[in-house]
Design a protein around this ligand. Sequence first.
Ligand code: TPP
Ligand code: MG
Length: 674
Amino acid sequence: MPPLLRATPRQRAFQAFPAARSGVSVTRLGYCRFASSSQKSVHGTTTSRRTCTASVNRQRSALISSSLSWNIQQKWSSTVAIDPKMYTTSFAFFEALWDAGVTHVFVNLGSDHPSIIEAMVKGACEKKGQFPRIITCPNEMVAMSMADGYARLTNKPQAVIVHVDVGTQGLGAAVHNASAGRAPILVFAGISPITQEGELRGSRTEFIHWIQDVPDQKQIVAQYCRYSAELKTGVNVKQMVNRALQFAKSAPQGPVYLCGSREVMEQEIEPYSIQQDEWDPVELGGLPGSAVSKIAEALASAERPLLITGYAGRNPDMPAKLVELANTVKGLRVLDTGGSDMCFPADHPAWLGLRYGNEEAIQTADTIIVLDCDVPWIPTQCKPRSDAKIFHIDVDPLKQVMPLFYIKAQARYRADAMASVDQILAALQSDESLRAKLAGGASEQRWTALQTSYRERIDGIASRARPLDNGEFGTGHLCSKLRELCPEDTIWAVEAVTNTLFVHDNIQPTKPGQWINCGGGGLGWSGGGALGVKLASDHEAKLQGHEHGKFVVQIVGDGSFLFSVPGSVYWIAKRYNIPILTIVLNNKGWNAPRRSLLLVHPDGLGAGATNDDIHIAFNPSPDYAGIAKAAAGGDVFAERVDQAADLVDVLKRAIQAVQNGQTAVVDCKVASGC
Ligand SMILES: Cc1ncc(C[n+]2csc(CCOP(=O)(O)OP(=O)(O)O)c2C)c(N)n1
Ligand SMILES: [Mg+2]
């Protein structure tokens, strides 16, 4: 029988800790006494102040480890056993994350994580202000969506730790969303132990270790990840973490997945560091010279130029750059298709707003630039003129993960959007003949026409956003009031499904980074997403010496609200004091499947059937705000509103509550189609 299994638990502890075996008794190992006060680090994280003392109580240590994540106020004081010499793969993993700029780790823990837990306690004890803040997430999809929201706002990848195969599956649609939404996130999951007789520390100790042993765990998510790999040894864990992050941060950004067995994560290694500045992401260049003059010439000669984008706003400098382009090419209009980011400000006359691949300007344009965009148009609904000159510029013009993708285009380029627009602008502004074309009378006429059509667009939105005669209101009216009442620099985290266009038309975002949506099609993003955005905004604000970040509003369909695992979302909001305003668009269920049905079977049997008959109605209506309140132990501003006359008062009080630090959920009954 191998030595670990023959030994008593106390002997096994000695065998597991080389320092203890080599004559140093357990009682002489280093221990940290955690005290009640907390300190803020340069990263704004809170770590407990502690002093070292000598005492041993493993049972008590376990209790205290768990209280680490449970005690909200950190008003506890006790003793934790820490072996200062225990430098494991897990500990080096956290060091690598921190050194790479990962400040938050969203965790959902299990039997694969003993060394991770040891490392977290050791880190809290020894690496004051230089260790990621750990956020306990009772559901994996919420954890990943939080990391997603965080990365989407800041472009800084965060990490998620989940439990073996089942925790990986629990990430659910969040992995799809991070991939489609180009959100850089590092996910780590343990693997069931790879030894069963105590050969190595971490060897199997529980029944479940046989059950959770699967042939290739990373394949669960590999097709959504820019990189997935197993950690096979601890000695290069920092290189592996940085290799993964290099993939996550290189365009097109996205999630990466690492997994490692208990034994590998328990492995004791020599402390080491790497040269962090050698691990930057791959840089993408601009357009080839011939392309620049071809595109500039086409734009300067166009009568109806159009730019269609989806992700351009991921670079916060991009909206201003596109404004410069629209001011140079007078008459150019800008259409946002994905609504993934704020790509172009609504207060510019070239603004066409957000439309999902169906907009008149697509059909009339004679020159189209498709810039970082997945679905510029939907051919069965709307397509460009056959003589339109189309240029596709994208970080991923082949759409490598989509089996079916093509668009009619004269040329396509893999290039950075910002660098490309810079090059095109430089050509337009420096070439004499192009400048002459752009300065002509036709250009001025287009500019005047643009102002007129913009005013008509804005007036049309306003008139459609009026309350109904019966006193009810639609999403448009609700969002026009939200825009009036919320702070100007509010960040909108939107998952409004069939109401998205009404939301966008009426929120009319103008500031970079102000509008963020899921980016993918896996419903349930916005609960965790909004929390991640708020956490990031607060954290960044604190780094700059401000008390709070920006006001964050989640606008979510009632169906999507239920997908978002609100039981976890509002517990986390309360536990970590992340106040957001949630607006639930209550249209009594799922409208989207009816819309999909009518696109295919406009005169089918279902067209005349009720929502109950086609199984998309939520009757009776759940108490959405009540669900949130229960999850937060009662501490949520929770109200319901269905009359326009009451709306402003309820919204004002909800906004005030959030500004006072309390999360608010307003269940808004919205009329459909407006
Ligand atoms: C995880 C997941 N499950 C199912 C769907 C299919 N689906 C797309 S839209 C939708 C309904 C969404 O309901 P709600 O949020 O209330 O928006 P509404 O359709 O009412 O505008 C469903 C079920 C999906 N996209 N993602
Ligand atoms: Mg709905």
